[in-house]
Design a protein around this ligand. Structure first.
Ligand code: ADP
Ligand code: MG
Length: 287
């Protein structure tokens, strides 16, 4: 049976905006030594803005942005929102056979032409020659019928408590903080350095995030407990696999919230440290 004190702990966490779905997760939280974060929407706001439009092969900036908006018009990825917002007009054009390629980007038939928008990996996969960009920000390449049309640079900002969140966790004796992302190495490196994360893995496909987590669990042969914090649909399997799966409740996808053991109501990563503090206090009272 679960000692009564744990219910007090669950209530205490709830008052701090952290929903704990079972008293046993408080117990596991006291043993967590590794915390793994998703990037977009977890450590960053998940709200992108277009910062640069770089057309190639004779395309104009307007043509590039128009193409990108059309192909992104059915996506609700934060990247798509940024491009559609920058375009700022009603999107016309006939969009068919729309495909969202998780971890890569988008492909659709726009006015009878194959249009793709996405990262380096997508262009490699489609064998399209393109610029490799060493720029700060997320690059969205666009191509029409195998012709490279250029790229759009977009940027996301760190959540205001992201640095504090990591610092708090270190103070609490968390041994390892890790970020897993589908975004580029340049972007990941920059964030990891700014936040003082112990390590990161970039350019991961959704299934590779799960593999990366398995590897981290394997490093301690499962002896040290691990928590994963994420927000996306693609994060649900990783949230499920972690000893404690934590989801962002505001921005988070329904799948992530449903699968999670712990939900952070206001999306602030610093609440992870708060949850650990409540868990430790509860543990002292109970044992
Ligand atoms: P994260 O791991 O940061 O949460 P995702 O797994 O959602 O990111 O996406 C990984 C990468 O796939 C993005 O950084 C982007 O390069 C590409 N991508 C995903 N969706 C889109 C889209 N709608 N348009 C363009 N690129 C996309
Ligand atoms: Mg995400």
């Amino acid at each position: 049976s679960i000692p009564l004190g744990y219910f007090g702990g669950v209530g205490g966490a709830a008052r701090r905006g952290v929903l704990v779905k079972g008293a046993m997760y408080l117990d596991t939280l006291t043993q967590v030594k590794t915390i793994v974060f998703d990037k977009t929407g977890t450590l960053t706001e998940g709200v992108f803005q277009v910062t640069e439009i770089v057309p190639k092969n004779g395309f104009t900036p307007t043509e590039l942005l128009t193409l990108a908006s059309r192909v992104e018009s059915n996506s609700n990825h934060p990247i798509a929102q940024a491009i559609i917002q920058a375009y700022g007009k009603d999107i016309d054009g006939n969009v068919q056979d729309y495909q969202e390629l998780a971890g890569y980007g988008i492909r659709a038939i726009v006015n009878n032409q194959v249009v793709i928008a996405g990262n380096d990996k997508l262009l490699h996969r489609e064998n399209i020659e393109h610029d490799t960009c060493q720029v700060q920000g997320t690059v969205v390449h666009v191509a029409v019928d195998n012709c490279y049309a250029g790229y759009i640079l977009i940027a996301d900002s760190l959540k205001e408590d992201a640095a504090e969140a990591i610092e708090q966790l270190k103070k609490l004796g968390i041994e390892k903080t890790v970020m897993l992302t589908g975004d580029s190495k340049v972007v990941a490196e920059n964030i990891a350095r700014q936040l003082g994360l112990n390590s990161y893995k970039a350019e991961l496909l959704p299934e590779e995030k799960l593999e990366a987590l398995e590897q981290l669990i394997g490093e301690t042969a499962g002896k040290k407990k691990l928590a994963f914090v994420g927000d996306g649909i693609n994060d649900a399997p990783v949230i499920a696999r972690a000893d404690v799966g934590i989801a962002m409740g505001g921005l988070g996808s329904d799948a992530a919230i449903e699968t999670a053991d712990v939900v952070i109501m206001n999306d602030a990563p610093s609440k992870v440290a708060e949850a650990i503090k409540v868990a430790r206090k509860t543990h002292q009272i109970v044992w």
